[in-house]
Design a protein around this ligand. Structure first.
Ligand SMILES: Cc1cc2nc3c(=O)[nH]c(=O)nc-3n(C[C@H](O)[C@H](O)[C@H](O)COP(=O)(O)O)c2cc1C
Length: 445
């Protein structure tokens, strides 16, 4: 979408935006104030939808476009809306702008630079879903994003695009902003609902799904802010022009130009890394990428021709997840990488369910044993067993996906694990204990 002169780009600059946004937007972006947004045709699509289109029209458009949620799982938007509409109102809408993965501050960038795109998307969704109250759920520490969003809500209310009598009285819609402190698990949709209701941000048992029983037991549609911000483009230009749509990604790790980019779905991962990421960082040929954030899959170099897409990624055991695409260079030890991720997840687990609370810790412990040179062959079976337990019995998507990094490194980089365990050696000389202890522990295998 970036090539369309920025009109529909979610981020203001086509191309690569530095990952650290601090100070980047001090001068303002092309669309952060309502006058700039209106000058680019902003709110025209919402106005047309609210004045001329029925619920069925909007649902038909969504179905035709095949739009899927951009919050990680890729659930079809139309199906979620139909599920919510099957339940008696009042219904609520939540825009999830939490950015659980600190390495992928995509919604933060969106709120800092283009908050009206989100608000216009909320208007379109609210009209179709019969919603009169919506919440934007964001991290409290993203103060610039929250400031911009508050200003945007005030501007939209003042100009009659939000409020109890918006669009000349055709729509009554209040948008609340909920700033939450919390960790990775706080981005999960039911944890977001708990937080907005005033509880600790911990996930709920599903079913019932939020479309049936969400905020205060009412049907609630939760979408990523990125998904909602795409609706104005879809409503204005139609399903054909929208095509497969695009995705915000955060490029990081051993890549020449880390940062946030907006990439059309269907682009092969390898092309993303060369065209937007400027290729590998100096002296580092990529060994693998991790896509989807800390719980995402590690894919070897040989799978880099996989196109960016929910189904194509699923076929190789991966998912879009948080939208982070991290390049792992040739010096990365996959056992050490998996341990670092599991350790992070053990810290970030909300602790509500036992499999996730204990499982992430146990997996970290086994990986540490392997890295210390005391690993045994049956540790691999143990990792497998704990991983399965975690993904089969955890309460939410956090625990279900937590073992992915382990599974994918064990599948694609089995040799790394074998060499650690059987030869007492770290192939990239990363694991310090193996560097100093040499082969002396081999007898234990
Ligand atoms: C641990 C965890 C963290 C998540 N964090 C986010 C997040 O920061 N933002 C987001 O939109 N979805 C996040 N999700 C996904 C949400 O639960 C939910 O599926 C999503 O907000 C739905 O939006 P969509 O329909 O637009 O994809 C997270 C899920 C899990 C399991």
């Amino acid at each position: 979408m970036s090539e369309k002169n920025g009109r529909w780009s979610l981020l203001p600059a086509a191309g690569n935006v530095p990952a650290s946004l601090d100070g980047q937007w001090r001068g303002g972006s092309q669309t952060d104030h309502i006058d700039k947004y209106l000058a680019r045709g902003g709110y025209a699509a919402a106005k047309r939808v609210v004045s001329e289109q029925s619920q069925a029209d909007v649902l038909g458009l969504l179905e035709k476009s095949g739009l899927r949620g951009l919050g990680g799982g890729g659930f079809p938007v139309a199906r979620k809306w139909r599920a919510a509409l099957a339940n008696e109102g009042p219904r609520y809408l939540v825009a999830n702008a939490y950015d659980a993965d600190p390495a992928a501050p995509l919604c933060r960038a969106l709120l800092e630079t283009n908050p009206h795109a989100l608000l216009e998307g909320i208007v379109i969704a609210a009209h179709a879903l019969g919603v009169q109250e919506a919440w934007v759920y964001a991290k409290a520490e993203n103060s610039a994003a929250l400031r911009r969003l508050r200003a945007a809500v005030a501007e939209a209310e003042e100009q009659g695009y939000l409020g109890l009598s918006a669009f000349g009285g055709k729509l009554a819609l209040q948008v609340h902003i909920f700033a939450s402190w919390g960790g990775f698990a706080g981005g999960e949709e039911t944890a977001a609902l708990e937080a907005i209701e005033g509880q600790r941000a911990m996930p709920r048992q599903k079913p019932p799904f939020p479309t049936e029983s969400g905020l205060w037991g009412r049907p609630t549609v939760v979408h990523s802010a990125e998904t909602l911000a795409n609706l104005p483009h879809l409503a204005a230009d139609g399903a054909e022009a929208f095509g497969k749509g695009s995705k915000l990604l955060a490029l990081g790790g051993d890549v020449a130009k880390p940062g946030l980019v907006e990439v059309p779905f269907g682009t092969p991962l390898r092309q993303i890394l060369t065209q937007w990421g400027g290729g590998p960082a100096a002296g580092q040929s990529p060994r693998a990428v991790q896509i989807g954030g800390p719980t995402g899959a590690v894919l070897p170099e040989s799978l880099l021709d996989t196109p960016l897409g929910h189904d194509a990624l699923r076929e190789v055991g991966a998912f879009v997840g948080s939208g982070s695409l991290r390049v792992l260079g040739e010096k990365v030890c996959m056992v050490d990488f998996a341990r670092g991720r599991m350790d992070y997840l053990a810290h970030e687990s909300c602790g509500k369910c036992v499999p996730c609370r204990l499982g992430t810790n146990r997996l970290t412990g086994v990986l540490e044993t392997i890295m210390s040179g005391l690993g045994r062959k049956d540790d691999l079976a143990l990792l497998d067993e704990f991983g399965n337990l975690l993904s089969q019995s955890s309460l939410c998507g956090f625990g279900l996906t937590a073992p992915t990094v382990l599974r994918t490194t064990m599948t694609h980089f089995a040799e790394d694990y074998r060499v650690h365990i059987e030869e007492g050696r770290c192939p990239t000389a990363t694991c310090r204990a193996l560097r100093t202890r040499g082969f002396e522990r081999k007898a234990a295998v």
